[in-house]
Every structure is written in structure tokens, then in C-alpha cells.
Design a protein around this ligand. Structure first.
Ligand code: NAD
Length: 424
């Protein structure tokens, strides 16, 4: 019988969803009670007030969080999200998924995540810089190259990582590139990091289509979210010969059965900031995009977009979860029963980002830099190994692919905790 204190701190739909996934996986591998709660609960968190001087001279206080879910398997690792709907519960769920992901793909990291409740589109570049630097300043004693290493996530990018790295380096008094990953290459960023998550998603999609004996040149793809992950996934899949028939962002989407010119869409977003009024096809809503008939559906925006309402109406063959947590527990059950749909679960599907972040950290610590070809070859090697282990676990225990991936990730974290023992 579990004696864990029920925490209300993280209470939210998305945290409950991550906990339900954990409980199901822990049951499936009969994780002993003594280790179960230790493995599940986030280790620690920090909430900070972030007062920022606005360009008009006024001051606004934003709220920021960092949750370190697991520090037993190495320093913790995970992105920082700038979004108006960030909650500490969402950050905790994302941190928990980072633990399973790092463990699944064999990285010597625990999971963490950070967030600031802010719509970055409402800030000027100077205000965004002040907010990013202030966040790092407040977190200085909570982070470190051997403690917790942030990276970009929704609403943050290379530039922001650069400001954060500079703030930390100024604080410690020497250059410390290993404090964050996803930095500009000029500051010690890795070749291939910007495109790593999308390139990894596309590589796994290609591999799973091969397993399904579907030629990629005949595959059609719909992608929700056209930021770092969505656009890089689109570019890489188009490079493999797939036809991208729909893309979207928070302003809505574009549908074109003949295929969308992805490079043109990327250039458009570079200048216009969003896909709004992009003339590459007919307008389509985000809801309709998810229900399009396509070979591959790629949610690459936020959590919980595939629900029990639209899950019965999905018309894809492969659901590639580039976003974290895009499928609710109820939707997952429905898709499980729809044998015609295969899922590449988030912890495997989008792991390319943290894998190349690990490579970046290694390069920073050793001060020895790799070529893009080396990075990509190593990335695909790690993904192949992780995919094989998930498929083996799936076959061996007759698990769904999500359960196979989660049980592998969770088991490795639990084994480490058991081996380390409980202090004091
Ligand atoms: P981003 O900020 O670069 O892009 C997010 C995209 O989603 C934007 O196009 C935005 O307009 C769109 N979006 C936001 N709200 C939306 C909505 N309600 N409907 C439709 N589109 C919406 O973020 P990103 O880094 O590309 O992250 C996307 C997803 O991938 C997130 O779930 C993130 O956690 C996950 N992920 C990111 C990385 C990484 O390396 N950046 C790694 C692993 C997983």
C-alpha cells in the first residue's frame, strides 16, 4: 500500500496525465512500492518572481519555475518554456517525461523542465533579453553543468540560450558553455542541434514507414505546430521525399493536397513570424488538420491535443508524437484499439533534441568540437538502438509501444535509485 503524501502543488490535468502513465507502466513491470513513489515524485522545484523593466519605464513581474524531477541518474536536463499558459504542474509533467526519455535513450541525465508564464510575442527583443537574463540570475544556485542543464522549448530559442549562458558565465566569472544547450554555434552550440529534434522525428518516421512497407515517396504528412520542431520535421521529411500536405501554428493552418513548399513556408515565417495569410494552400483549422486523411500525423505544438473526441476520427497510419504529451490517456486507449494506427510515443519520437543536447554538453566539457556529419551519424545510431529496444520490449511483453517505451525508461531510473539506496 502506497504511503506517499498526495501533493497538490502540481495539481493539473497534464500532471495527472503523466502520473497515470507512470502508474500504468509501474503496474506493468510490478515496480515495488518501496521504489515506486521515489521514482514518480519530482525531486524539487523552485518558483521565482521575475521583475522586468519595460521599454516604457514601467515594471512587470513575471513568474518562473524550474522542476527537477530526478537527479539520481546524472545532472537533470530539460528545456525552458515561455508561454502564457505555463503552470508548475505542466512543468512538473514535462520534467517527469524528460526523466523517462533520457533513461530510455541511455543518456546519463535525470529529467527537469523550466517555464515562465509569459507570451514572448508580447515582449520587445530588449524586454525578452531582460526576462531571460533575470530567469537565469534567479536560478544560478539551482542550476549548473553538473546539476541541471536547461535547453530551448516552446517560446525559447538559441538566442535566449545565449543570453542565459552569458548571464551564468558572468556570475561564475569564467566562460561556462556547458550550463545550457541549444546555444548559438558561436558560443559553443553543437552543429546539428537546431534541427536535431525534427531530424530525429523524421528519421524515426522513415524507419517506421519502412517497417510498415510504405514507401516514403508515397507518404502524405500533416504537421501541427511550425516552430523549431514542426518546421525541421517538415523539412527533413520533405528531404526524404514525403509530401507535406498540411502545416499550422497558433494562428491556424494551410492545407494543400499537392504538397506545400516547406522552404517557402519557413522563409515566410522568418519574416512574418506566423503562418497567417501564407498562400501555399487553402486555410484549415488546427482541429481539422488533426483529422485529415494522411499517412503520418505529427503533433508538434502543445500537450493534450488528441483527445477522446477526435481520437476516433484520426485518419492517419502513423501518429508521430513530436510534441510532449500530445495524446490524453483517454485518447490513448481509443488509439490502442485502432490497430490500423501505429504510434511513435513522444519519449522516443522527439528524443533527438536531448540526444544532441547531450552531444553539445560533451563537446563543451571536453572543449573538442564535432562536425555535423559526426553529430548526425551518432544521433541516428542512438535512435536506432532506442527504437530496437522499444520494439523488443513491445514484442516480449505484448505491450503497446508507449507502454514499452515508458517501462524501459522508468525501470532504468528505478534501478539506479535502488542501487544508490536511500540516504540517510
Ligand atoms: P516553438 O516555440 O519553436 O514552436 C511551437 C509551435 O507551436 C509554433 O509554431 C506555435 O505557433 C505553435 N502553437 C502554439 N500553440 C498552438 C496551438 N494552440 N495550436 C497550434 N499550434 C500552436 O516550440 P518547439 O521547440 O518547436 O516545441 C514544440 C513541441 O516539441 C513542444 O511540445 C516541445 O515540448 C517539444 N519538444 C521540443 C524540443 C526542442 O528541441 N525544441 C525537443 C523535444 C520536444
Amino acid at each position: 500500500m502506497s504511503k506517499a503524501i498526495v501533493s497538490t502543488l502540481y495539481d493539473s490535468d497534464v500532471f495527472k496525465m503523466a502520473c497515470r502513465q507512470f502508474d500504468k507502466a509501474a503496474d506493468a513491470i510490478s515496480l515495488p512500492e518501496a521504489i515506486r513513489d521515489r521514482t514518480k515524485h519530482p525531486r524539487r522545484c523552485l518558483a521565482v518572481a521575475l521583475p522586468i523593466k519595460r521599454d516604457d519605464g514601467s515594471v512587470t513581474v513575471f513568474e518562473g519555475y524550474r522542476v527537477q524531477h530526478n537527479l539520481s541518474t546524472g545532472p537533470s536536463k530539460g528545456g525552458i518554456r515561455f508561454h502564457q499558459h505555463v503552470t508548475i504542474g505542466e512543468v512538473a509533467a514535462l520534467a517527469m517525461w524528460m526523466s523517462w526519455k533520457c533513461s530510455l535513450v541511455g543518456l546519463p541525465y535525470g529529467g527537469a523542465k523550466g517555464g515562465v508564464v509569459v507570451d514572448p510575442n508580447q515582449l520587445s527583443p530588449n524586454e525578452l533579453e531582460r526576462l531571460s537574463r533575470r530567469y537565469m540570475q534567479e536560478m544560478v544556485n539551482f542550476l549548473g553543468p553538473h546539476v541541471d542543464v536547461p535547453a530551448p522549448d516552446v517560446g525559447t530559442n538559441e538566442k535566449i540560450m545565449g543570453w542565459m549562458m552569458d548571464t551564468y558565465s558572468n556570475h561564475v566569472g569564467h566562460n561556462e558553455p556547458a550550463i545550457v544547450t541549444g546555444k548559438p554555434i558561436a558560443l559553443g552550440g553543437s552543429q546539428g542541434r537546431r534541427e536535431a529534434t525534427g531530424a530525429g522525428v523524421a528519421y524515426l518516421v522513415k524507419k517506421y514507414l519502412e517497417d510498415l512497407k510504405i514507401p516514403i515517396a508515397k507518404a502524405t504528412v500533416a504537421i501541427q505546430g511550425f516552430g523549431n520542431v514542426g518546421s525541421e520535421t517538415a523539412l527533413a521529411l520533405a528531404g526524404y521525399g514525403a509530401k507535406i500536405i498540411a502545416i499550422s501554428d497558433y494562428t491556424g493552418g494551410v492545407h494543400n493536397g499537392k504538397g506545400i513548399d516547406i522552404q517557402k513556408a519557413i522563409t515566410y515565417v522568418q519574416y512574418q513570424k506566423t503562418l497567417h495569410d501564407f498562400d501555399g494552400g487553402e486555410p484549415i483549422s488546427n482541429e481539422k488538420l488533426l483529422e485529415l486523411k494522411c499517412t503520418v500525423l505529427v503533433p508538434a505544438a502543445l500537450e493534450r491535443v488528441i483527445t477522446e473526441k477526435n481520437a476516433p476520427r484520426l485518419k492517419c497510419r502513423l501518429l508521430a508524437e513530436a510534441a510532449n504529451g500530445p495524446t490524453t490517456n483517454a485518447a490513448d486507449k481509443i488509439i490502442d484499439q485502432r490497430e490500423e494506427i501505429e504510434i511513435i510515443p513522444d519519449v522516443l519520437c522527439n528524443s533527438g533534441g536531448v540526444i544532441v543536447s547531450y552531444f553539445e554538453w560533451l563537446q563543451n566539457l571536453s572543449n573538442f568540437y564535432w562536425s555535423r556529419d559526426e553529430v548526425m551519424a551518432k544521433l541516428f545510431g542512438v535512435l536506432d538502438k532506442a527504437k530496437d529496444s522499444v520494439e523488443y520490449q513491445k514484442r516480449k511483453f505484448k505491450f503497446s509501444r508507449r507502454l514499452a517505451a515508458l517501462t524501459l525508461g522508468i525501470q532504468r531510473v528505478a534501478d539506479t535509485k535502488a542501487a544508490r539506496g536511500l540516504f540517510p
